[in-house]
Design a protein around this ligand. Structure first.
Ligand SMILES: O=C(O)CCC(=O)C(=O)O
Ligand SMILES: [Fe+2]
Length: 368
C-alpha cells in the first residue's frame, strides 16, 4: 500500500511557506543551534612518524604519538589525522566519482537501491532514531562479497552472502572506490595498532578480529535544506563499529558532543585530513576507557555537502566484550558479550524502517 504523505507547511524567512514531510522535523531539544560554539577543536595528530620510509624517528617519537592518541580517545573520542599516508589522488578520485553518482537522475540511482535484504546500495530515506535524515547515501562493502547472518534474530544460524551493487553507466565509481578502499584500509590498521598500544596492549592485539572484516564505505550527500534549523543531515548517534575514518569536504557541518560539558562542537574542515572516532566496539573492548561519542550533521540552506566515512568493522562472528587484559577485580567487565553480526543487522533494520522500539545500543549489554 502506498501511503499518502501528509506535508506540513513551515515558514522560512526568505522563502515563505515551504511544504515539508514532518518525518524530517527534529524534536525541539535536538534541533541544531545556529550560534554554535567554535571553541577549542578536536585534537589534530600528525602521523608522519608512521610513514617515514627510513625510520628516522626514534622510539620516543612513537611513544609521543601513542600518548597523543590515548589522550584524544579519552578526552574527545574524536581526533583528526594529517600526514596519514593515504595518497590524495585516491581520495580526490573517489570524491569526484561520488559527486557524479549523486548527480545521476533519480531513476538511475534507484536501480541500485538497497532493500530489506541487501543493506548495500543507494538510499535516500534513512532514519536515525526514527527521524528522517536530510541526505542521500550510497553504501558499499569493502570486502565483496561479504558474509553476515541471515537475520538479526539472536538464534540465527544461517548466513547470507551480500554483494555490492554498482551503477552500470558510471564505471569509474567502482574503480575509484575499490582503489580508495585499499588505501583507507591500510590507514585503519595503522590506527587500530596505535589504539592497541595506547591501551597498553601489544600492537597486533586487535588485528585478529579483522581477518574477515565487514567494513563499509558510505558516500553521503547532504543537499541544501530549506528547513536547516529544524532538520539534521544525520541525527545524533554513536557509530556502532570499531573505528570511523571520515573524509569531509570544505563545507563543514559535523558536530561532536564535547565530553566535558555536553556542548555541540563544530569540526572545522582541515584539507586532506581524516576525522577519526572510536565506535561502540572500542568502548566495549576498552571497558569504557574510551567512549564512543555522540555526533550529528547540520545541514546548510545554501550549500550542498559531501562526506565519505569508512566504518572499520570486525568479522560478523566476533563476540564483542571487554578485553580480558583490561579487566580485573577492581575494574570488572562492564558489558556482557554480544555478537557483532547480529548487532549490525539489527541496526540496519531500524535505519531502514520506522520501528516502535528504540534501536539496539551497547548499553543494552551493560552489566547492571
Ligand atoms: O557526514 C559526516 O560528517 C558524518 C556522517 C556520520 O556521522 C555517519 O555517517 O555515521
Ligand atoms: Fe557517524
Amino acid at each position: 500500500m502506498v501511503q499518502a504523505r501528509s506535508y506540513q507547511f513551515y515558514h522560512i524567512p526568505a522563502m515563505g511557506e515551504v511544504a515539508v514531510d514532518p518525518a524530517f522535523i527534529q524534536e525541539v531539544e535536538h534541533r541544531p543551534q545556529t550560534n554554535i560554539t567554535e571553541a577549542e577543536g578536536i585534537p589534530l595528530i600528525d602521523l608522519s612518524v608512521l610513514n617515514s620510509p627510513n625510520s628516522s624517528f626514534s622510539d620516543d617519537h612513537l611513544a609521543n604519538l601513542v600518548s597523543e592518541i590515548a589522550d584524544a580517545c579519552q578526552k574527545w573520542g574524536f581526533f583528526q589525522v594529517i600526514n596519514h599516508g593515504v595518497p590524495s589522488e585516491y581520495r580526490e578520485k573517489a570524491e569526484l566519482a561520488s559527486r557524479k553518482f549523486f548527480d545521476l537522475p533519480k531513476e538511475q540511482k534507484l536501480k541500485v537501491r538497497r532493500d530489506e535484504v541487501n543493506p548495500f546500495g543507494y538510499y535516500d530515506t534513512e532514519l536515525t532514531k526514527n527521524v528522517r535524515d536530510w541526505k542521500e547515501v550510497f553504501d558499499i562493502s569493502v570486502e565483496d562479497p561479504t558474509v553476515v547472518p541471515a537475520s538479526h534474530e539472536p538464534d540465527e544460524k544461517e548466513l547470507r552472502v551480500l554483494t555490492n551493487q554498482w551503477p552500470q553507466n558510471l564505471p569509474e565509481l567502482r574503480e575509484a572506490f575499490e582503489l580508495y578502499a585499499e588505501q583507507i584500509l591500510k590507514l585503519a590498521f595503522k590506527l587500530l595498532e596505535l589504539i592497541a598500544l595506547s591501551l597498553g596492549l601489544p600492537k597486533s592485539r586487535l588485528n585478529g578480529f579483522f581477518k574477515d572484516h565487514t567494513s563499509r564505505i558510505r558516500q553521503n550527500h547532504y543537499p541544501p535544506c530549506p528547513i536547516a534549523d529544524l532538520a539534521l543531515g544525520v541525527g545524533r548517534h554513536k557509530d556502532g563499529g570499531a573505528l570511523t575514518l571520515l573524509a569531509q569536504d570544505d563545507v563543514g557541518g559535523l558536530q561532536v558532543k564535547r565530553k566535558t560539558d555536553g556542548e555541540w562542537i563544530l569540526v572545522k574542515p582541515t584539507p586532506d585530513a581524516y576525522i577519526i572516532n572510536v565506535g561502540d566496539i572500542v568502548q566495549v573492548w576498552s571497558n569504557d576507557k574510551y567512549e564512543s561519542v555522540e555526533h550529528r550533521v547540520m545541514v546548510n540552506s545554501e550549500k550542498e555537502r559531501f562526506s565519505i566515512p569508512f566504518f572499520f568493522n570486525p568479522a560478523h562472528y566476533t563476540w564483542v566484550e571487554p578485553l580480558e587484559e583490561l579487566i580485573n577485580e577492581r575494574n570488572p567487565a562492564k558489558y556482557k558479550a554480544y555478537n557483532w553480526g547480529q548487532f549490525f543487522l539489527s541496526r540496519r533494520r531500524s535505519n531502514f524502517k520506522k520501528l516502535d522500539v528504540e534501536n539496539l545500543q551497547i548499553y543494552h549489554f551493560r552489566i547492571n
